[in-house]
Design a binder for this molecule. Structure first.
Ligand code: KG4
Ligand code: ZN
Length: 357
């Protein structure tokens, strides 16, 4: 099966061509530079960039893979959750293409796609579902922090999520308090490398609570108060690095402790992780060490697939179509708050594409 996939849920425009589980092309246009001036994603600007980039990128992946549109067997796009106007660009473009080609269309839950990105690996990247095992999946990005029990392929249960800020948001907001540029996660990662993670003691919210939820806004507040009392710290490079390492250690302690605890409680043998924060080197190292110690298999998404991308959308879409999931209505709307609540057995009913053929 050859499939074109589109991702436009936030500030990355991405288009991929997937064929029989292989990622033949995966173009990503990041808008980080555009939004950094504003200290966060500006939805109107993101939407305009998606509009500008999407069709040239779709053309480029088809050229790169030597496919014509008529050779596609299906089209997929992220349907939610995400920024409304951004989602709309990708979803409507995907539906229009499927309608014109009279091919099935499938709308994908962005978070469900993250669950499978750790199972894409190699060069060229391909889905290694033959190695799949039930797992606890940590999805950790700028907008979300969640623990999911992936019971089987295409079958999952949300265990817990953040009750306030996401972990990436905590990185970004505490970095801003320290005067670091947006996005703050990679900056903290870089400065923390030479810092002492035990220099300052910040809270580890909800780390020992008997649930799978997270909370990071208290940590951010504690950093704010600490800096109000110690403003001179920001002018001292060594202490700034210590501060970054200490904040990072608090976030990572919570993420790793709660992920391991969930895997032990649910009794699965495997942990996976994806989302932008999974690029963090200390988090990757800590997850490796914790999984070795506890005897879990660990699958970390490749760094190029941690952040938002269409490859993961296409890989999941193909898997769903092969499993018999019915295609999505061509007039289906975006689902900005599409919860990752239970087994996604498919998106309702027959498609206009099918009707039209
Ligand atoms: O998945 P993503 O690209 O976008 C969404 O939020 O959906 O994640 C972006 C988040 C930002 O908060 C960014 O600061 C964080 O991922 N991030 C990192 C690192 N690289 C990206 N956080 C910590 N360390 C990093 N190296
Ligand atoms: Zn994402």
């Amino acid at each position: 099966m050859t499939l074109l996939a589109i991702e436009t849920s936030c500030d990355e425009t991405s288009v991929a061509v997937i064929r029989d589980g292989c990622v033949l092309a995966n173009l990503v246009s990041s808008q980080v530079a555009l939004h950094s001036e504003y200290g966060g994603v500006v939805p109107e600007l993101a939407t305009r960039e998606h509009l500008r980039n999407l069709l040239p990128m779709a053309r480029a992946v088809l050229e790169e893979t030597h496919f014509t549109p008529s050779q596609l067997d299906a089209v997929a796009a992220t349907r939610g959750p995400g920024l409304p106007s951004a989602l709309m660009i990708g979803l409507k473009a995907g539906q229009a293409l499927a309608f014109a080609l009279r091919k099935p269309f499938i709308g994908i839950n962005h978070h469900e796609a993250h669950l499978y990105s750790p199972w894409i690996s190699g060069k060229p990247p391909r889905a290694i579902f033959e190695e799949f095992q039930p797992n606890i999946s940590l999805i950790v990005s700028g907008g979300h922090t969640m623990l999911v029990h992936v019971k089987r392929e295409l079958g999952h249960e949300l265990l817990g999520e953040t009750v306030d800020d996401a972990a990436g948001e905590c990185f970004d907001k505490t970095a801003k308090l320290m005067g670091l540029p947006y996005p703050g996660g990679p900056e903290i990662d870089r400065l923390a490398e030479t810092g002492n993670p035990k220099a300052y003691d910040f809270p580890r919210p909800m780390m020992h609570e008997p649930n799978h939820d997270f909370s990071f806004s208290g940590l951010k507040t504690s950093v704010r108060y600490f800096l109000q009392k110690n403003p001179e710290l920001l002018n001292d490079r060594k202490r700034l690095c210590d501060m970054c390492a200490s904040v990072q250690a608090a976030i990572i302690d919570v993420l790793v402790t709660k992920t391991i605890k969930a895997a032990k409680r649910i009794d699965v043998g495997c942990i996976t992780a994806s989302g932008g924060v999974t690029c963090n080197r200390a988090l990757r190292n800590r997850l490796v060490a914790a999984c070795v110690e506890a005897g879990f298999v660990l699958r970390l998404a490749d760094k190029s697939l941690c952040t938002d991308n269409a490859a993961m959308i296409g890989i999941l879409a193909e898997r769903k179509l092969l499993a018999g999931t019915t295609s999505t209505h061509l007039d289906a709307e975006i689902q900005t708050s599409w919860a990752l609540s239970s087994d996604a057995k498919g998106d309702v009913s027959s498609s206009l594409a099918r009707d039209a053929t």
